[in-house]
Design a protein around this ligand. Sequence first.
Ligand SMILES: Nc1nc2c(c(=O)[nH]1)N[C@@H](CN(C=O)c1ccc(C(=O)N[C@@H](CCC(=O)O)C(=O)O)cc1)CN2
Length: 301
Amino acid sequence: MTATLIDGRAFAARIHARVAEEVARVKRAGVTPGLAVVLVGEDPASAVYVRSKGKRTHEAGMHSEEHRLPADASQTALMETVARLNADPAIHGILVQLPLPTHLDADAVINAIDPAKDVDGFHISNVGLLGSGQKAMVPCTPLGCLMMLREHLGSLSGREAVVIGRSNIVGKPMAQLLLRDSATVTIAHSRTRDLPAVVRRADIVVAAVGRPGMVTGDWIKPGATVIDVGINRMPAGVKDDGTLRTRLVGDCDFDSCAAVAGAITPVPGGVGPMTIACLLANTLTACCRAHGLAEPEGLTA
Ligand SMILES: Nc1nc2c(c(=O)[nH]1)N[C@@H](CN(C=O)c1ccc(C(=O)N[C@@H](CCC(=O)O)C(=O)O)cc1)CN2
């Protein structure tokens, strides 16, 4: 391996510490930032992420609430939960854990969240604000990627960036953020012709396609910075107790990419931990905006 490892766990720990300091500051001004996370159903991975969000929120000194609805919850029940949280002055951030069960209309739920409390940055108002270069709530995973890129590369101005994947959660907002930092941005996807050749042009590669190990070293320009957003759980044998062992892999084939890249994020331990760190940062930002307090520096885009 020749690439520098971009350690998302260490970076996230620094953000958590900064957020905790800033939470103490806003508490001295008489306000406690509050985050409500809504989980519908029993998806095991979602339950782990939601627990982790609650734990981290507490550790930062924030108020934390978890609202669980059964897997067969109705759209009305979910919308009522969101409406209650919108009206609750103790709550500055609302997050509905995705994916939702398929009978629910996720777009309608997200767009029912008060945009000022939309700490996921998925509400159509925040999407529009980000796209037009205005102050927005910025989606947590792309924000975490941007922070790592800025720290590693300094200015992104003029750099060729290729984002692989066009999801609303990662690909599109990531492209907007890179554009905001004056990178030259291409969004590539499943229909892109000669994807390896497109990726080979890039100084910055952000892989967010959800296809394990798809990006290989021969796609990477020597010295490029590779941000792997993929979180793919793969079978990895059987444990002594007979249950399946799994391991997480990214969208990049780590060994071959690390042999060519200048820097790379691992999976696990790269982008994932930054997602929760940025959620806390966004909740703090939302709280400061709601109460007219100074926003912490370096925790927004
Ligand atoms: N409403 C939202 N739903 C989802 C989001 C989101 O940002 N908002 N993102 C993902 C899941 N997610 C947070 O919700 C998330 C994913 C992964 C990690 C993380 O720390 N991953 C670790 C590995 C953890 C493991 O072993 O499973 C890592 O990569 O090192 C945190 C948060 C989908 N839903």
